[in-house]
Write a protein that binds this ligand. Structure first.
Ligand code: ZN
Length: 282
C-alpha cells in the first residue's frame, strides 16, 4: 500500500482503459494507439483481442506504447456439466495465467462462472469454483501472477458468476490463501449494504487489486449491454472512491463500459468523455 494516498480522479496516469469500452469500434492495436493519443497510461486488454492480435505482438505493442497493463480480462468460468468440461476450464485458466505473465499484467481478472447448463444447484456451482481456483493457485503463485476475483451483481448469478458480493469473494480469498484478491466494480457492488466494511476489509488484507468504474442507468434496458458512462446514472461514485482510497488502494481507476449505445459512438469521443468524467464525477 502506498504511504501517500493519491487522488484517483485527479491523476490521468491513474486512468486505465478496459478495452471492452471501445471493443466494437477498435481492435487491440487501435485501442493501444487510442490510449497513447489521449495520454491514458494504462490498459486492460481482453484475451480474445490479444489472441486476435497475437500474444507476443500484443505484448510488444503495449510495451512500445509505454502502457501499464493493470489486468488481463479474463479467466474463470469454472463450473461445467462434466469432468471433461471442468478440466478444459482449468487448462484454459492455466494458459490465461501464462498470457498475463507475457503481457506483464498486474493481475488476472477472474469471472468465476455460474450454473452449468441444466443445473439448478448454485451451491454445487460455487464448490466447483472453489475446486477450479484451488487447481490453478499453485501455478498462479509460481508465476507471481495475482488472481483477482470479480464479484458480479446477483442478476448474473445464473449465467456469469455465482460469486456475487465482496464478502463472498473475500471469504473465498481467505479460504484460498495468498496470491489472490478482488476486483471492486461499482456496477456490481454499489447496492451492497455491507460495501464500506467489505472494501475496508479488502484493503486491510491487501486484497483490493482492481477498481472498475461505469454507472448504473435507470432504467437499465439490457442486463449486459446497457452500462452507463460515469455520471449518467445513480451510483454515488465519489463516495465509493472515498472508500477505495481510504482502504489504501494505490492503483488505477479502470473504465469498463459494456454498452450498445457507447459502442456506436466515435471511439476518440468516448475516450475524451471518459477522461473528462474521470476528472469530474469519479
Ligand atoms: Zn468489471
Amino acid at each position: 500500500m502506498s504511504e501517500i494516498l493519491r487522488d484517483l480522479s485527479s491523476d490521468i496516469s491513474l486512468l486505465s482503459l478496459n478495452t471492452a469500452t471501445v471493443r466494437q469500434q477498435w481492435n487491440l492495436a487501435e485501442a493501444i494507439e487510442g490510449c497513447v493519443r489521449h495520454n491514458i497510461g494504462s490498459i486492460t486488454p481482453w484475451r480474445d483481442q490479444v489472441a486476435e492480435c497475437g500474444l507476443d505482438e500484443a505484448a510488444k505493442r503495449i510495451r512500445n506504447a509505454g502502457l501499464t497493463v493493470t489486468s488481463l480480462c479474463r479467466g474463470g468460468w469454472f463450473p461445467a456439466a462434466d469432468r471433461e468440461g471442468r478440466q478444459t476450464a482449468i487448462d484454459d485458466n492455466l494458459r490465461a495465467i501464462d498470457e498475463a505473465v507475457t503481457l506483464d499484467a498486474a493481475c488476472l481478472v477472474m469471472v468465476v462462472g455460474a450454473l452449468p447448463k441444466g443445473s439448478k444447484d448454485i451451491e454445487d456451482a460455487r464448490s466447483q469454483v472453489f475446486d477450479g481456483m484451488t487447481a490453478i493457485m499453485d501455478h498462479a503463485r509460481a508465476s507471481n501472477m495475482p488472481l483477482a476475483i470479480e464479484p458480479l451483481h446477483p442478476m448474473y448469478a445464473a449465467d456469469r458468476a455465482c460469486v456475487n458480493t465482496m464478502k463472498q469473494a473475500l471469504d473465498l480469498c481467505d479460504e484460498l490463501g495468498d496470491g489472490i484478491g478482488v476486483v471492486a466494480d461499482v456496477y456490481h457492488i454499489w447496492w451492497d449494504p455491507e460495501l464500506a466494511g467489505q472494501i475496508a476489509r479488502a484493503g486491510n488484507d491487501d486484497r483490493l487489486l482492481v477498481y472498475h468504474v461505469c454507472d448504473w442507468l435507470v432504467p437499465t434496458n439490457d442486463l449486459f449491454l446497457d452500462r452507463g458512462m460515469m455520471g449518467d446514472g445513480i451510483i454515488d461514485l465519489k463516495s465509493i472512491r472515498a472508500m477505495v482510497e481510504s482502504a489504501g488502494y494505490p492503483g488505477s481507476c479502470e473504465v469498463e463500459i459494456f454498452s450498445q449505445d457507447w459502442w456506436k459512438r466515435d471511439p476518440d469521443e468516448v475516450l475524451r468523455i471518459c477522461i473528462e468524467r474521470h476528472q469530474t464525477v469519479v
